[in-house]
Design a protein around this ligand. Structure first.
Ligand SMILES: Cc1ncc(COP(=O)(O)O)c(C=O)c1O
Length: 429
């Protein structure tokens, strides 16, 4: 038994002691328990794929086998295989018209080690990191580097995108602005004008800092979903919008999402040589590289335009069919008078939906008072798992949710809408 005057021991650093697990994983855990107990749940919570529904490209798999058979199993270079960096330099030139040399790339085990490295390289403890909410995991990376956090609460009217006016009052304090487009969790994109205004703010601020010898503000630009845009939606990037942004932009990209390759662990980052070079030593100590056979296979796969284009064409068709199906379903429910809404699909594997049940009364007589009650009701009654935007740091949008289609079949779409309708019909005002 603990003595009254016994000291409380901390076994780990304060940073780790206060680092929390992702809220999305907590919801996934809850759903996992229900599934284990035999319940049929439509789990639309995870930003992952069911490989049986969305397999990785067949040719990529073949190239991985070949690389193993060819004994490509020793250490890859710390910054990534030269052939892969060369292929990527060409890939982004041809597909995005961006000019980066192979030396300006870092190859990592997915997007995460890159974001981790960028934060480590750009932020001193106590400095400020700014990011919009809802957004994916910025809060954890900012916490790990012991930074001060400023969040920008975004609104549905502007597709949950940050605006330059929101950033303006804080830019002078920022070490890093971290943005993502297409955005996880919303599946919406930054529009050209908006991104242009944000870039202008960053450039003005950096011009001011240069005169006083202060470290610039960097823009981490996570575009891991950029190959997945639908219809008329266009992806914009800061360096195309204003070439002066090249010095301050750090890109995150990889095979995890556009090629359904979350388990492949091939990611890449790129940025101006001057900054990227500084990150190479962090990489050498982290050992963040993906296995060599995957790197060789990625270089073969990504250099074959025919393979890439054919895969993306089919993949986008399948994802759009699901996103469009859910959107149509939500609009049908809305038209019937239910308190739901959605933003038309633009990109990624996510649909932004609203389920505004606050104040309504459930069949058991209990009132729905907070986000958790909405999430719980649609999970328990409709058997549908969704992630509220509060799990992505947004505190002012308590009725909005991320719906992810990575694990869902076309048949699931109608069933989910049917289940939701039955459950919504049971509620009283
Ligand atoms: C916006 C965004 N960036 C990066 C990542 C990390 O990707 P990876 O699995 O390649 O580490 C994710 C994963 O969900 C993501 O949604």
């Amino acid at each position: 038994m603990a003595q009254e005057n016994e000291l409380e021991y901390r076994f780990v650093s304060d940073m780790v002691d206060t680092l929390t697990d992702s809220d999305i994983r907590k919801i996934a855990g809850l759903i996992g328990k229900k599934i284990q107990a035999g319940e049929k749940i439509f789990n639309l919570t995870i930003g992952d794929f069911n490989p049986k529904v969305f397999p990785v490209p067949e040719e990529f798999k073949e190239e991985v086998y070949k690389a193993y058979k060819d004994n490509q199993t020793n250490y890859p270079p710390i910054v990534g295989e030269p052939i892969l960096r060369k292929v990527l330099s060409k890939f982004i030139k041809e597909r995005e018209n961006l000019d980066y040399t192979p030396d300006e790339f870092l190859i990592a085990g997915g997007g995460r080690p890159l974001i981790f490295t960028y934060f480590q390289a750009c932020v001193n403890a106590g400095e400020t990191v700014i990011f919009p909410v809802p957004s994916w995991n910025n809060n954890y990376y900012a916490h790990i580097v012991r930074s001060n956090i400023i969040t920008l609460e975004t609104r549905p009217e502007v597709d949950f995108m940050p605006l330059a006016d929101m950033l303006k009052p804080h830019i002078k304090d920022a070490a890093v602005v971290s943005m993502c487009s297409p955005l996880n969790p919303t599946g919406t994109v930054l529009q050209e004008d908006n991104l242009k205004n944000i870039c202008n703010l960053i450039l003005e601020e950096n011009a001011r800092r240069k005169k006083s010898g202060i470290k610039p503000v960097y823009l981490i630009y996570d575009q891991i979903y950029w190959l997945l845009t639908y219809g008329d939606t266009k992806h914009f990037n800061p360096v195309k919008i204003n070439p002066e942004m090249r010095k301050y932009t750090l890109f995150v990209d990889g095979m995890s999402k556009a090629f359904a390759g979350t388990g492949i662990r091939v990611g890449w980052g790129f940025g101006d040589d001057e900054v990227i070079t500084k990150m190479k030593s962090i990489f050498s100590h982290m050992g963040a590289f993906p296995p060599k056979p995957e790197q060789i296979a990625a270089s073969k796969y990504l250099s074959n335009d025919g393979w890439v284009d054919a895969y993306l064409k089919n993949f986008k068709k399948e994802v759009t069919a699901r996103l469009g199906g859910f959107y149509k379903g939500f609009m049908m429910l809305k038209n019937k008078g239910y308190r739901v809404n959605a933003i038309a699909p633009q990109a990624a594997i996510y649909l932004t939906v609203q389920i505004d049940l606050l104040g309504m009364v459930k069949p058991d007589g209990k009132k729905i008072e907070k986000t958790e009650d909405i999430t719980g009701y649609i999970l328990d009654d409709a058997k549908v798992g969704l992630v509220p935007f509060s799990a992505f740091g947004s505190l002012e949008n308590p009725t909005w949710y991320r719906l992810s289609v990575g694990t869902c079949t076309m048949e699931d779409v109608d069933k989910v809408i049917e289940n939701l309708e039955v459950s919504l019909a049971k509620l009283k005002n």
